[in-house]
Design a binder for this molecule. Sequence first.
Ligand code: F3S
Length: 64
Amino acid sequence: MNLVTIDAKKCQGHALCVALMPSVFQVDDSGMGYVAVATVPTEYRADLDEAILACPERAIKSSA
Ligand code: F3S
């Protein structure tokens, strides 16, 4: 499992994370990203890494 967080101070609502992993990332009513599922199974690690790299604000962090 990978524990995922979005730094609300960095997120600018680009939503690339949502486009790549909508089962994990969502945007709230104000258009900012949040983590809907905080623990991502290890088999989705590659998708998670792609979402982390896609964020222009480097707002997404994960730890194993
Ligand atoms: Fe925010 Fe980055 Fe996603 S700016 S909405 S965490 S792509």
